[in-house]
Write a protein that binds this ligand. Structure first.
Ligand SMILES: CC(C)(COP(=O)(O)OP(=O)(O)OC[C@H]1O[C@@H](n2cnc3c(N)ncnc32)[C@H](O)[C@@H]1OP(=O)(O)O)[C@@H](O)C(=O)NCCC(=O)NCCS
Length: 307
């Protein structure tokens, strides 16, 4: 009924139709259809290990589903680490339709042909359908991300001084603190100047909302915010917050988050949002203490694919 094309690079026309599908899914789900890393991989194209799987059905000029395979950083692991995301056109999510399952199956076959490795299938707002689809593919429920939210403005104001990030000057010192703070983190740790420059080139990047706090001439921590203006509700994200381990547990994480919330409220936003790994106890405690509550979860289903 449908056919799946595997693309190592999406030409402009394909990219436009896939972007349209992702936008429709994001509207229907009130959630970005792809995670940020996957989205950057898609628009940048061509990275080693990247594959876009486009599902088409006769009679439909547009794709009816899309899956993306990305090869993650090895980070000392003996095998490759792959991530898969699957998106089905909201109009084709009908009972008995197997677009999602078939895309997942094709993605896993591709990974097997590439030598196999550890796999994460990321799903936002997982339900019984995703549990079944993952189980049928031999994947088990794994890591959970909370999406947390709170209303703005926050009653409490930050009492520390922050200044905006200076593009072209602050990258090295910022990377040092970021990579130290996120040493154990699979996605946020191990960033390079290149990873950073890619974010700086995104339309949402705004140095005014990227707040740095210095102590004795050293960068002690930062709060990087991101404004989402797509969809019917503007959201202000606490995108990344971290404190240099040398300054942790002194109330700085709380102050930096308050500074970020203050910035977002000044931008006129009435809702703040963030993602946090459910096992990141210090961060979850910090956010709960600031009035954030869990809006929904994203889950990774994991497994190992043999070559
Ligand atoms: C999360 C982080 C920013 C907290 O910064 P911090 O300056 O150490 O935190 P604070 O001193 O402001 O403490 C804030 C709250 O977190 C709690 N907390 C801090 N470290 C903790 C720890 N290791 N275990 C448990 N709770 C902890 C504090 O008790 C405090 O709660 P309280 O107000 O109820 O006492 C910091 O640990 C960090 O940079 N972690 C690595 C990066 C990261 O994970 N960022 C969040 C990604 S979403």
């Amino acid at each position: 009924m449908h056919e799946i094309d595997v693309k190592r690079h999406l030409a402009d026309q394909d990219l436009a139709t896939v972007a349209e599908l992702l936008a429709q899914a994001a509207d229907a789900d009130a959630h970005p259809a792809l995670g940020e890393h996957a989205w950057l991989d898609l628009v940048q194209g061509g990275r080693q290990g990247f594959a876009g799987l486009v599902a088409r059905e006769p009679g439909h000029p547009h794709p009816v589903g899309y899956a993306q395979v990305s090869l993650g950083p090895h980070r000392g692991s003996p095998s490759s680490s792959w991530s898969i995301e699957v998106v089905v056109d909201p109009h084709h999510r009908t009972p008995g339709n197997t677009i999602g399952e078939d895309l997942l199956h094709a993605a896993l076959a591709l990974i097997r042909d590439e030598g196999g490795g550890h796999v994460h299938l990321w799903v936002n707002q997982p339900g019984p359908y995703h549990d079944r689809m993952a189980a049928a593919a031999g994947l088990s429920p794994g890591r959970v991300l909370y999406q947390m939210r709170r209303e703005l403005p926050a009653e409490e104001k930050a009492t520390i001084h922050t200044r905006p990030f200076r593009p072209g000057q602050d990258e090295e010192r910022w990377l040092e603190v970021n990579n130290r703070a996120f040493q154990q983190h699979p996605e946020q740790g191990g960033w390079t100047v290149e990873t950073m420059k890619l974010r700086e080139a995104q339309p949402w990047f705004d140095p005014e909302g990227f707040l740095l706090h210095e102590r004795d001439g050293r960068l002690a921590g930062f709060c990087w915010t991101k404004v989402h203006s797509t969809g019917d509700q503007a959201l202000g994200e606490i995108y990344v917050v971290a404190v240099d381990p040398g300054f942790s547990n002194q109330g700085l994480g709380r102050q930096l988050t308050l500074a970020g919330l203050g910035y977002l409220a000044n931008r006129g936003l009435s809702q703040a949002m963030l993602y946090v790994d459910a096992t990141n106890v210090p961060a979850v405690k910090l956010y709960v203490g600031l009035g954030f509550t869990v809006n929904h979860i994203d889950r990774a289903y994991t497994g190992d694919v043999r070559p």
